[in-house]
Design a protein around this ligand. Sequence first.
Ligand code: ATP
Length: 348
Amino acid sequence: MIEVQNLDVRLPGFALENISLCVPQGAFGALIGPTGSGKSILLEALAGLQPVKRGQIFNHRGEITRLPPERRGFGLVYQDAALFPHLNVRENLLFARRYTDLAKAEVVREMNELSERLGITHLLQRDVRTLSGGETQRVALVRALLVRPSVLLLDEPLSALDPVFREEIQYLLQRLHQEMGLTMLMVTHNFEEVVMLAEQVAVIHQGRFLQKGAVQEVFTTPRSPFVARFVGMKNLLAATPTQDGVLVAGHVVRTIGPGRETNNQVLGIRPEDVLLAPPHPGAPSSNAYPGSISAVTYHGVHCAVRVECALGEVTAHLSPREYRELGCSPGDAVTVILPAEKLCSIPA
Ligand SMILES: Nc1ncnc2c1ncn2[C@@H]1O[C@H](COP(=O)(O)OP(=O)(O)OP(=O)(O)O)[C@@H](O)[C@H]1O
């Protein structure tokens, strides 16, 4: 496990302030935030590579705030893997031995076992400069695992990979997490990765946590428009509270749940929760609005369908099959349905 209490890190021109988080033993936490928000600095502070001004860091044994990096029991994997170019794969891996008290024979045994498990045995004698992106990240993972870390800190380990390698390493991380019960904390820009891999997520901006919690909770009930946009809640409509829900562009939208107390609100709904139906000639159902399709873009697994309706512009993500079955094209009339249970009122 890893626990952080009220951590401050001060650098010339940048500060991390009042960071608290807990990734329980065997859990997978994710750290997301815009570029320059302090994600890497935080991982480096946890790993002992940045001085801490205030606050405490704990692993499963106790406080480690002032311990040197090699005594924290954390493995760190960087985006670019940071392998030594003048050493081959085997030499890069054995370099990890520097940080353990194990005998060399034991390190070699573990190296062989992990290499087998992560599928790099055939690469051990290779010059690291000849490895593909996916192979490089596998080697970096074996190197980090060789120190028998209690926590693996991953700094955007997938961002430099093309989609094929990305999927391969995502799968590998998932397996490592599940089969070895490893505690992980991963920095990423990609919220789909968060949904796939993590249970807990924290959103950081300008060195501070804006929100943290279970992935589903943060993604469906963001507490600010900034977090909402950052986690892919594309539909954010200015709203004011009324008796039965909220008023958006003069129309009552029925909502369920908390968040009606502030006057200045944003009504949010994730694009995958918006429903589209053929134009409805009869009595409209609840939260259904006539509109017309303004644009459709294809993103492989889903189509983003933009609709102009009485509430403003709303984006729906449909599977290509759902879009085909809708039988509509740009310019066609369509009904937008916003299920009340999927709507989220966010203080503006
Ligand atoms: N050694 C340093 N001294 C002073 N400032 C630094 C140092 N390292 C990083 N910074 C600054 O701290 C801020 C946070 O950097 P950090 O690398 O943690 O961002 P990040 O959230 O990981 O960004 P990205 O997503 O682009 O990798 C940036 O403004 C960066 O320029």
